[in-house]
Write a protein that binds this ligand. Structure first.
Ligand SMILES: [Zn+2]
Length: 449
């Protein structure tokens, strides 16, 4: 870590939902841990301490991302642990969970062990591996789940692909209770629609693209919830995108089924109209470049009614966490026809601009669902909080700061976001991991720490 001197972060508006704190305060970091939160100016400095002024800024626990596609091993031209880490700290994330759709897949202890070692030496943030549910993520045979748990995975998922077999899903959920790990199923019933480009609806019809209906997602979530009911297993639903899914999860929670859920920043902020490539506007006339492949992802951007339902689900606690589904792709994966384009957009660096900037969701709620929510799902009490004794993972935010999203500002190796080459509101000014300052925007606070 680059900064080991004790640090006092002064005069910030400290928002720590884990303790119900929203007040101007000083935070003291020492030996990689949070030592305390003091009234402004109360902390006495020693000579070797650094002082960091956060006046008029927000100070919060580092964000936790449950859903990052690390692309390592096997697709390092899209992302690697170093560039993922650079993207993470720019977005305020100090812990990220790596999805197992790599080459080879994270379906055994040796592959997970190698990745963990690589991340420890190449990355500045905490990278927690997620293991595969089935061998090779092919859906036919369970991966060695106990072996993966012993290797340190924090969840199990075939993400990118659904577990289509209910029998396989039932078995995985049965084991999940013993392991204490969530089963994270990419809910997309390919028995209903195998090949699609975007959300089914008027925009798909207008553009002549193939649609997938909301029910392809909600049917599979309903199935998984019934399987969680009969097994008592632990289900986590990633990237919820439809109003029907929110309602099904809400009902399951009211029946005390062991289910949690996450939503992406882009599904909270953007709708299917963004596929036109006109920042959500509907063009009068379609041109040759009638769509933006950077608005293609799985699940797809949905309707305004769905977006509103997702925000409602976030507000009432149906949706526990915000997960970015950071999915880097090379230009060659996106500069092609919409049908040929790969699914996914980068998400770590734009989580704040999408949720707070575009969707105008309450900042405290966003911070809560990026800290307390994922922390509870991971069951790790040492992160996502500024309680004394917690890891000194701290961020300083200006929710009103405007920055330009381009190759010079992004840390990711990939640039596939519909916000590319535009101004974004909401910026992370500094990120500390284990008490070391890993990132500052434009030299913010450089004279102090
Ligand atoms: Zn997925």
């Amino acid at each position: 870590m680059k900064q080991q001197r004790p640090i006092v972060i002064r005069n910030g508006r400290v928002i720590d939902p884990s303790q119900g704190i929203d007040a101007i305060a000083d935070i003291v970091l020492m030996d990689g841990l949070v030592i305390g939160i003091d009234s402004p100016g109360a902390t006495q400095l020693s000579n070797d301490w650094s002082e960091f002024d956060a006046s008029d800024k927000i100070v919060a626990p580092g964000f936790i991302d449950l859903h990052t596609h690390l692309r390592t091993p096997g697709q390092e031209w899209k992302e690697d642990p170093k560039t993922a880490s650079e993207a993470a700290v720019r977005g305020g994330f100090t812990t990220i969970c790596a999805m197992p759709n790599t080459y080879p897949a994270q379906d055994n202890a040796s592959v997970v062990g190698e990745l963990t070692q690589r991340c420890a030496s190449e990355s500045d943030v905490r990278i927690r591996p997620i293991g595969a549910i089935t061998k090779g993520r092919k859906g036919h045979e369970l991966a060695p789940m106990h072996e993966l748990a012993d290797a340190g995975v924090v969840g199990l998922s075939d993400d990118g692909d659904p577990v289509m077999s209910p029998h396989m899903m039932r078995q995985a959920l049965t084991y999940s209770s013993d392991l204490g790990l969530p089963i994270i199923n990419h809910a997309e019933d390919r028995g209903l629609v195998a090949d699609w480009d975007m959300n089914e609806g008027a925009v798909a019809t207008h553009l002549g693209l193939r649609g997938i209906p909301n029910s392809a997602e909600s049917m599979m979530i309903a199935r998984d919830i019934e399987l969680a009911r009969i097994t008592g297993g632990r289900l986590h639903v990633p990237h919820v995108s439809t109003a029907e899914s929110v309602e099904i999860i809400r009902r399951a929670k009211s029946e005390s089924i062991n289910v949690t859920a996450e939503v992406t920043p882009h599904h909270l902020a953007l709708t299917e109209e963004w596929v036109y490539g006109e920042r959500g506007n509907v063009p009068m006339v379609l041109h040759a470049n009638a769509y933006d492949s950077n608005a293609k992802m799985a699940p797809p951007l949905r309707s305004e009614d769905d977006r509103v339902a997702l925000i409602k689900g976030l507000e009432d606690g149906t949706i526990d966490a915000i997960g970015t589904d950071h999915a880097p792709h090379a230009d060659t994966d996106k500069v092609c026809t919409f049908t040929e384009a790969a699914n996914g957009i980068i998400g770590l660096e734009t989580a704040l601009p999408l949720t707070v900037g575009i969707a105008a969701i309450n900042l405290n709620l966003v911070i809560e669902r990026l800290t307390v929510g994922p922390r509870a799902i991971l069951g790790d009490g040492t992160i996502g909080t500024l309680k004394p004794g917690a890891k000194a993972d701290v961020i300083i935010i200006d929710p009103d700061a405007v920055w330009h999203v381009d190759r010079t500002t992004l840390g990711s190796k990939s640039h596939n976001t519909p916000l590319f080459a535009s101004n974004a509101k909401g910026r992370v000014l500094a990120t500390f991991v284990a008490g070391g300052k890993i990132w500052d925007a434009d030299g913010y606070g450089a004279s102090d720490a």
